[in-house]
Design a binder for this molecule. Structure first.
Ligand code: G3P
Ligand code: CA
Length: 247
């Protein structure tokens, strides 16, 4: 099994499946993760949130409405309530009956691959609870070295660092991160995660020269892919995991 550090040390552009193989499966579900790895993903990116009763579910939106048969805020529903919703039919009827997975389900089914777990801190007042629950789950699966935690909530990353010296952390951002290297040093970051519109070749070169990976999102076309590679990124977070140019 490769660790996150082994994975990032390779001299090639990594393919990271955004919410799984979300071009062919309902995002953030077990079928999407299976398909991503089956089609050569190096890693899967997924979004984790807290339920009302403190469980960890894999869902992007704060609201259930777009990708499940439920309605309202994830944070106002229990794990049991969310388990009863269908998270596949909105995408295609062939996925009817697909459930919202829990982080525990994901780490159990995939014991030997790497994940980029994005912490969706909502509400912000539960950010510490979210970090502690995620780290507890990751530790329970002995998965600390195959998980990269990322977040737009850099305070959550700080909490994670205070809890663990070893967990790999990546800072998500749009635009320019400032002061980037002071933040990276303070949080002992592994990676920067700019959106593709924020790519800056000179910053990327400097970041990589200092030993930080740069993973950009969301790459949807070969033109975008070429643009990202030309700017020197270490990996792309994409919905189209089998883009031919990456083969
Ligand atoms: O991790 C990269 C990307 O997933 C961040 O944006 O909105 O897709 O979670 P979003
Ligand atoms: Ca995400």
């Amino acid at each position: 099994m490769q660790s996150i550090q082994d994975m990032l040390a390779q001299d090639r552009v990594l393919r990271i499946a955004h919410r799984g193989a979300s071009d062919r499966c309902p995002e953030n579900t077990l079928p999407a993760f299976r398909q991503a790895f089956a089609h050569g993903a190096d890693m899967v990116e997924l979004d984790v949130q807290l339920t009302k009763d403190g469980s960890l579910v894999i869902l992007h939106d704060h609201y259930l409405d777009r990708t499940t048969t439920g309605q309202g805020l994830v944070a106002e529903h229990t794990e049991q309530e969310i388990a009863a919703y269908d998270a596949g039919t909105w995408f295609d009827s062939q996925f009817a009956g697909t459930q919202v997975p829990r982080l525990d389900d994901v780490l159990r089914e995939f014991p030997d691959v790497c994940f980029n777990i994005e912490l969706k801190s909502f509400p912000l007042s539960r950010s510490t609870e979210l970090v502690d629950a995620v780290l507890s789950c990751v530790k329970a699966h002995d998965a600390m070295d195959r998980v990269l935690l990322s977040s737009f909530d850099h305070a959550a990353l700080h909490t994670a660092r205070t809890r663990s010296r070893d967990i790999a952390l990546g800072a998500l951002y749009c635009g320019r991160l400032w002061p980037a290297f002071q933040l990276a040093e303070a949080l002992q970051l592994t990676s920067f995660h700019p959106d593709v519109a924020s790519l800056d070749a000179s910053f990327i070169a400097e970041a990589r020269a200092h030993g930080y990976a740069v993973l950009t999102w969301t790459i949807q076309t070969t033109d975008m892919l070429h643009w990202a590679i030309a700017n020197g990124v270490s990996g792309v977070i994409t919905d189209v995991i089998d883009m031919p140019v990456l083969a």
